[in-house]
Unconditional design. Structure first.
Length: 427
């Protein structure tokens, strides 16, 4: 079966390569994905027990933070190796890692590369966040008797429909995973329906609710942030987080209409992919505003055009969520499936989203049932909800309190996961 996966992966890579080059996804550390590292790279973990945590990108890295921190504290005799696939996820990990920890790119899923990297890292346990099902990697871990635990496991509806077509390939992979700790009962049933062993699939909840404990301990200097943006006392900030192509135009044109009634409203756009910043700048200029990148902030109060801020850096979105009066969470006015609404909820913010939230349907369901979020269908709906919130301070306050209350009510997944991981770390 391993040879079959190698052939399939190589075949797909052949077609993916032109896309890879055009999208400029090659970077200086890409050789790590081929299992090529400097000779000294793994010195810090030599003769140490290792926990390998893998998270594909920024969202999964953020979800892992409470678990990562708890593993450091409880199992400090282990060394942690953290891997990602995306550059943004990797850069965030490097900022968060301790000096004795190692951050790498996840190897390409070819058996000879995977074997080489496993030989270098020699993990005692592999923890994979959410739904990273790499057949050769999981199979090689199984052969080497390295436990692999899928944590915060979930399958979106879109992915589930695709996986059902290849169930015959997925089933043997799922059954080589030691334990699957699912976010919800619905996720558990999806894994079971795809051939997973019901006895090895448990529901422990969504660790993203536990980010509250991590974020609350982080000191946020609100005064400095306001000063950085040049916000006056009377000015309020609308943050549009994790936006995608097609959404920024809706947001900017809506904002242009809102400032007729609320001239002291300011807007910050945080694109999901910061490399789109130049494209968004052109859109903002065309609409008659002054685009200002947060990374090189120069706010001139004498500028005749109103500023629209663009968050073009990674790892700062939570700071600006904390500063916001109202938050719109993107990927939801276009068919991207939405993004994490728990981050602004952590700061008791009223949240508005579009109608496409299928990637986080369980979380959205909880928030909708408790009236802790507003869902708009189009630009007109977005404008109306923003007006309602700007007009009504009680509505803003109540929605924010409800949102934070839901986080407090649903947290605890990290502790449940830790208690199950203990079996593989305490021995």
């Amino acid at each position: 079966m391993g040879i079959f996966y190698d052939i399939v992966f190589t075949f797909l890579s052949f077609f993916y390569f032109p896309y890879f080059v055009l999208k400029r996804k090659y970077h200086r550390d890409f050789l790590q994905r081929l299992g090529i590292f400097p000779e000294f790279f793994f010195e810090r973990i030599k003769d140490k027990q290792v926990i390998w945590i893998h998270a594909v990108s920024v969202g999964e890295v953020n979800a892992s933070l409470p678990l990562w921190k708890s593993l450091r504290e409880k199992y400090n005799h282990y060394r942690i190796v953290f891997s990602t696939i995306t550059t943004t996820g990797n850069n965030l990990c490097k900022k968060l890692a301790l000096p004795e920890e190692i951050v790498v790119y996840f190897p390409l899923d070819l058996s000879f590369i995977v074997r080489k990297v496993l030989k270098k890292i020699k993990p005692s346990l592999v923890i994979i966040l959410e739904t990273e099902l790499w057949p050769n990697f999981i199979s090689q871990c199984f052969k080497q008797k390295i436990p692999v635990i899928l944590v915060n496991a979930r399958i979106s509806e879109q992915a589930y429909r695709r996986y059902r077509w290849v169930k015959f390939l997925l089933e043997p992979v799922l059954n080589k995973i030691t334990l699957i700790l699912a976010q919800s009962q619905k996720d558990r049933e999806k894994f079971v329906n795809l051939g997973g062993d019901r006895e090895k699939i448990l529901v422990t909840g969504n660790m993203k609710f536990d980010t509250l404990a991590y974020i609350d301990k982080k000191y946020i200097d609100y005064a400095s942030l306001k000063l950085k943006l040049g916000l006056k006392d009377r000015e309020r900030l609308l943050v549009a987080g994790s936006t995608h192509k097609g959404e920024e135009k809706i947001i900017v044109t809506t904002y242009k209409e809102l400032i007729l009634s609320y001239p002291d409203l300011r807007l910050l756009i945080a694109p999901r992919h910061p490399q789109r910043t130049a494209e968004i700048e052109r859109l903002i200029i065309k609409a008659g505003f002054n685009p200002i990148r947060v990374s090189c902030l120069e706010y001139h109060s004498g500028e005749p055009r109103l500023p629209i801020f663009i968050l073009d850096t990674i790892g700062q979105l939570n700071d600006f969520y904390a500063l916001a009066e109202i938050v719109f969470v993107g990927g939801s006015l276009v068919k991207r499936g939405g993004h994490n609404i728990l981050e602004p909820a952590t700061f008791s913010k009223p949240i508005v989203s579009g109608k496409y939230f299928f990637n986080f349907s369980d979380i959205f369901k909880i928030f909708l049932e408790n009236r802790a979020i507003l869902i708009c269908r189009d630009k007109a709906g977005l404008k109306q909800f923003l007006l309602d919130l700007l007009d009504n301070s009680e509505l803003r306050k109540n929605m924010g309190m409800l949102a934070k209350g839901l986080i407090l009510r649903h947290k605890g997944a990290v502790e449940r996961n830790l208690s199950l991981l203990a079996k593989y770390l305490d021995s």
